[in-house]
Design a protein around this ligand. Sequence first.
Ligand SMILES: CC(=O)N[C@@H]([C@@H](O)[C@H](O)[C@H](O)CO)[C@@H](O)CC(=O)C(=O)O
Length: 306
Amino acid sequence: MKTNKVRGLIAAPFTPMHENGEINLPVIDKYVDLLLEQGVTSVFVNGTTGEGTSLTLEERKIIAEKWIEAGKAKLDKVIIHVGTANLKDSQELARHAAKAGADMIGSMPTFFFRPASIELLVDYLAEIAKVAPDLPLFYYEIPEMTGVKFDMCHMMELAVQKIPNFGGIKFTSFDLPTFARCVDKFADKLSLCYGKDEQLVSALLLGAHAGVGSTYNYSGMIYSRIFKAAKAGNFKEATKDQIFSAKMIGVMFDEGFDVGVNKAVMQAVTGLPVGPPRLPLAAPSKEKIDRIMSRLKEIDFFEKRK
Ligand SMILES: CC(=O)N[C@@H]([C@@H](O)[C@H](O)[C@H](O)CO)[C@@H](O)CC(=O)C(=O)O
């Protein structure tokens, strides 16, 4: 089985799209280099930020293949998110990820017919994991989007018993006490990746192995400094950049943060043509993005992201 050890910064990349809504694959070659220049070494493809649930299975496969091909000699880990609203599609994506050469897979739970218990959730994950037995499977915890809310420490206790290739968790929630219990119990055998950019430092203090984030795409250097300082035990230094990240994300939250706003910020800041999101998400107005850019300038974002 491939290793489940993932460390450092993992970007949740946007799926580049043309103005007409079709996916724009060639951008991904440049995207890999842009992430590396910012100290981001791995990717979690087709997740929330990648609009995975708005893409067809065929598109998800093509995007996965492209990230694997573009990232293979450069990135540390290419993790493919295979979560969908049904088991069969997720299994198909898991099989495909294994064949295409992914390093790991991740899955959110189903989000329309939600699992009614931790046991059913783990049974569901086990069915996905078994079709890609050589790849570690990570659970993608993101209750604010899926509406699936269980105690993650209990879920992991059961997952390690039932899923031989269970690799760890991508924990996108502000529930740090639960994250702390997960670290306490599983840090030596599983990888614990934390997904709320605005409080990465707190998760690192508790022992997170990796951070996964959407704002890493255009402010990777800020998180890179946080990660390095925290891993060196210099939390005072790490906290300065973390407070800045909270201010930066605060600017976008004031304007109604979503993948549409996030994509527009990515494009305006880095010049990478990630394009608009797919409906029902929408691109922000020019006025809105100009306002965000001028507020980011006011807080010195363009200096801080260097
Ligand atoms: C809901 C959401 O988009 N969460 C983001 C965060 O990076 C988030 O944008 C950031 O912490 C700002 O709240 C990531 O955790 C998402 C993610 O990892 C993914 O897109 O797969």
